[in-house]
Design a protein around this ligand. Structure first.
Ligand SMILES: [Mg+2]
Length: 371
């Protein structure tokens, strides 16, 4: 089997605004083969930048587009092709958008292999530790504490057993920060798990203070309170926080995740398969975290492709039982894939169909495709 083309497809809602919702646009990747099997992947990045990184023509040996690195090769040789993409882009890549773009192709390769051999991807990854995960509804804070409380009550009524609020108004004032977390807890009631995503909004001393102030609200974890480069800050915070500290979604590099665990001391390691270079690298990070006795959870704020790939990823790990489940209502998040991944009694199931187990609704692709 040979790869005949890589097709990056930029999808974008007619209106995209500044709120921190990554499902307003996305980059889908199709990898075509000479046997007619097409693999699907997704990239969480700046879609225009990632598309250019995939399509770029050769400049010289270590400066080439990712599509050219895999063209004509056997899609089963995933590690070798990842190595080719890393080495072929090393001059401009190594981190950030080049690794994020690689994710889309790598995930599509696993989809091709799974479809060819008739197995779900989680089995190819050696997994099946769990087939069902506690889906925590992931949503942004309301503009006011009253709105946050209302959102919490709605999600509780929908049957979620865990909810994460993030970004938005966090960091504007001490009073406001506490009011929003208190309102989130009031909306959910005492028995639903609550996570808070601070969205990189504090310095170290403030983050330590907030962790202590939030203790009465019984958080499952406090996420990304600090800038991802503030490694010493994470070390101080983790040593002084009464609750778990979560981070990782800004990180693309396998070694940097290890440093964030070993020096930063984080308790919850958040891995986005559409950012870290795909499923193989995600699995390495996941097992690094398992060996350090940390909880590993997916980060996902894109479409059904990311949801499917993330389910296969976490199913191949022994150290997780949560699943980040984006409940944004935009058309790409809700309708791009035919599979809708319903949450029933707070749980989401791992797909069992060959490959990733997702198909695109091509009418949705045509409607939102950027030409
Ligand atoms: Mg987050």
């Amino acid at each position: 089997m040979k790869i005949t083309s890589v097709e990056p497809i930029h999808l974008r809602l007619p209106e995209v605004n500044e709120r921190c919702d990554g499902s307003q646009e996305t980059l889908v990747v199709k990898v075509h083969t000479d046997q007619g099997i097409v693999g699907l992947g997704e990239v969480d990045s700046s879609s225009s930048v990632a598309k250019a990184i995939i399509e770029a023509p050769l400049s010289h040996k270590i400066c080439r587009g990712l599509a050219e690195c895999v063209f004509g090769h056997d899609p089963f040789e995933i590690d070798r092709l990842v190595h080719r993409m890393v080495e072929g882009s090393i001059f401009f890549g190594r981190q950030g958008a080049a690794i994020q773009a690689m994710s889309g192709i790598e995930i599509a390769l696993w989809d091709i292999v799974g479809k060819t051999v008739g197995r779900p991807v989680y089995q190819l990854l050696g997994g099946g530790f769990r087939k069902s995960f506690r889906a925590y509804a992931s949503i942004l804070f309301g503009d006011t504490p009253a709105e946050t409380e209302r959102i919490g009550r709605q999600l509780a009524d929908q049957g979620y057993r865990a909810v994460k609020f993030g970004w938005g108004p966090m960091g504007q004032s001490e009073e406001g920060d506490i009011a929003h977390v208190r309102s989130a807890r009031q909306g959910l009631g005492p028995n639903i798990e609550l996570m808070v995503d601070a969205g990189l909004c504090w310095d170290t001393a403030t983050a330590i203070r907030r962790a202590k102030q939030f203790e009465p609200f019984n958080l499952t974890w406090l996420e990304e309170p600090l800038h991802p480069d503030n490694l010493q800050g994470y070390a101080r915070l983790s040593a002084n926080s009464p609750m778990r500290i979560a981070a990782g979604e800004e990180i693309c590099d396998v070694a940097e995740f290890r440093t964030m665990m070993d020096v930063g001391g984080i308790d919850v390691v958040q891995v986005d398969v559409t950012r870290v270079g795909g499923l193989s690298r995600a699995k390495r990070i996941g097992w690094d975290s398992a060996e350090r006795h940390r909880l590993c959870v997916n980060h996902s704020y894109k479409t059904g492709i990311n949801i499917a790939a993330s389910l296969h990823f976490v199913a191949a790990l022994p150290n997780t039982h949560y699943f980040e489940y984006c409940v944004e209502q935009g058309a790409l998040r809700q309708t791009l894939t035919r599979q809708r991944f319903p949450v029933v009694h707070g749980e989401i199931q791992v797909p069992e169909a060959p490959g990733l187990g997702v198909e695109l609704d091509e009418a949705v692709v045509a409607k939102y495709r950027v030409r």
